[in-house]
Design a protein. Sequence first.
Length: 69
Amino acid sequence: MADFLDLAETAGVRHVTYLSTYGGDQAPPEIDIRAVETDLSGRGTITHSILRPGGRTEAFVDAAPPTTR
């Protein structure tokens, strides 16, 4: 991901939105999700938004019972 962000900066991208995961900010630093968030926070030439969806925003389509009409 760091290489991608380097390319984005070189291309003139000014803002990145990163879809993380719930609790990504609390993961150990060696976990890739946390590493990307840390990398984004350390870059001075681009701004960023980190989206961390909660469990309620997931789509559990397979777990839904069939509906009858």
